[in-house]
Every structure is written in C-alpha cells, then in structure tokens.
Design a protein around this ligand. Structure first.
Ligand code: SAM
Length: 245
C-alpha cells in the first residue's frame, strides 16, 4: 500500500476489468481510510500483477473493510525482464533490503538458496512476498516478482535448465569484471547469483565454474556485503542487457 508521489497504488488479488468490484482487506481499509484519510468517492490506482494498472473509485469505506469499483485501465501490464535473483538468505533486515531492492531494480523471480556457509534464521516466504508487493506498489511496477520456496543450492543446480545463464558473482578475484563479461553476452533468460556473508565454499565455486551456463564475474577489487553485491550486479545487468537500455 503506497502513496507514490500523490498517487495511491494498491496491489489486489482480484481480476481487473471495467465495473469489477474489489473487496478491501482490513489492512488495506486501515491504510486507505485511517492513514491516507480517503473516503467514498476517492480515486486510487490498483494492479494485480496480471492486468496492468487501473483507476478505481472507493464505493464503500468501513473500519475493517471497504469496496472499490474498477474504472478504466491506465497502463498495460509490463513484465519484468526474464531475470531471476538467486541469493543466500541473510540476517532479517538485510534479506528485507534484498527483496525490496531487487523488486525495484526489476527481477521476475526471487530464489532464496541455502549454501554451505549460509547463516540465516528461518525464512518466511509469506513475509518476503508481502515485501515484494509493497516494493512494487511503491515503485510503480505492474509486475510483482514471484518468491520461490528456499532450496539448497545443490538441488537448484541439479535441476538447472542450461538455457538460462547464471551471472555468478565470484568474490575470488579471479573472474573478469562484470561489465566486460556482460558486454559480450546475449540477452535472454538470466539469473544473478550472490553468495552469503561467508562466501561460497570452494566446492560450490568449483561446481559453478564447471557449468556451461555460468558466467563468473567480479564486482571490483573490494569485497562487497552480499546485499550491496545484489544491487551492484542487478544494476549492471539491467544497464547492459535489461530494460534500462
Ligand atoms: N566471505 C567472503 C570473503 O571474504 O571472500 C565474502 C563474501 S561477500 C560478503 C558475499 C557475496 O557477495 C559473495 O559470495 C559474492 O557472491 C558477492 N561479492 C561480494 N564482493 C564481490 C566482488 N568483489 N566480486 C564478485 N562478487 C562479490
């Protein structure tokens, strides 16, 4: 639920078409009527990740709910580039940062993975999904990245479809600079892979380097924190191969 430069944008689950009614959750009602002081007759924007962005009018306003009526479509649905982020969960606040920034920078799917040196508390998928929705509301995206259930890195690599390339953020210092490596690479389906604060175990890095789909890259001479590495790698990919061009 976000006020984006004066425009309130809400993610809703319902299908969107002219005249459709949308029931508000108690949280959405609290935000719209309690926090944003909206009332019957007010106008907001809604999106559901499938049908683009629509204008909607407030038809009913209550303390624990309300109803919107969908009016006209303002923007078509726009898919994020076919880019996944594979990341090792970090401490709670840093994981939240990764989900928020990856959504803003533009990824289609978030895949948390447990690696040998992952040192994270339990991961709550529902919370991460809620964070991705909030970030999409705030940044004006019509798509919300899917948040996959966490898996072991080994299992993810066992089932890997080699047509999707992996930008492996390799802190060893042996990989070529990311910008140089990406300039010679084609667009298409990609995943950015960033390790945990403890880095990749030698056998994990060796396995990755042996895969045809993997492009190991350096993000410069300094060791970045994992959340910084996520932002740096997604920025480079978006600028060179993604939808920032
Ligand atoms: N413990 C590791 C070490 O000291 O070498 C550092 C791991 S780093 C904090 C977390 C992750 O960010 C790494 O696994 C890697 O994916 C990425 N990363 C950080 N700095 C990087 C760099 N300069 N080049 C490429 N990847 C980097």
């Amino acid at each position: 639920m976000t006020d984006r430069g004066g425009k309130i944008r809400l993610f809703v689950a319902a299908g969107l078409e002219p005249g459709a009614g949308v029931a508000l959750t108690p949280e959405q009602a609290h935000y719209l009527f309690g926090v944003m002081r909206q009332g019957v007759g007010g106008r907001i924007a809604v999106f559901n990740g499938r049908d683009g962005e629509w204008a909607a009018g407030i038809a009913e306003a209550g303390r624990r709910g309300g109803r919107l009526v969908v009016r006209e479509r303002m923007r078509p649905q726009q898919a994020a580039p076919d880019l996944w982020l594979i990341f090792a969960p970090l401490k709670k606040a840093r994981t939240d940062f990764v989900v928020e920034k990856a959504t803003e920078l533009g990824v289609a799917r978030l895949r948390p993975v447990f690696t040998r040196h992952t040192n994270a508390e339990r991961l709550r998928g529902e919370r991460l999904r809620a964070l991705a929705i909030e970030a999409a509301e705030q940044c004006g995206a019509t798509a919300v990245p899917e948040v996959a259930e966490p898996e072991r890195l080994g299992a993810v690599l066992d089932g890997w479809d080699e047509r999707r390339r992996i930008l492996f953020c390799d802190e060893s210092g042996a990989a070529p600079p990311a910008r140089e490596a990406l300039q010679g690479a084609g667009a298409g389906a990609w995943a950015v892979l960033v390790g945990p604060e403890g880095g990749f175990a030698p056998e994990e890095a060796a396995r990755l380097r042996g895969m045809a789909a993997v492009l190991p890259v350096s993000l410069g001479p300094r060791i970045l924190r994992a959340d910084t590495a996520v932002v740096a790698a997604l920025t480079l990919w978006q600028a060179l191969l993604g939808d920032w061009r």
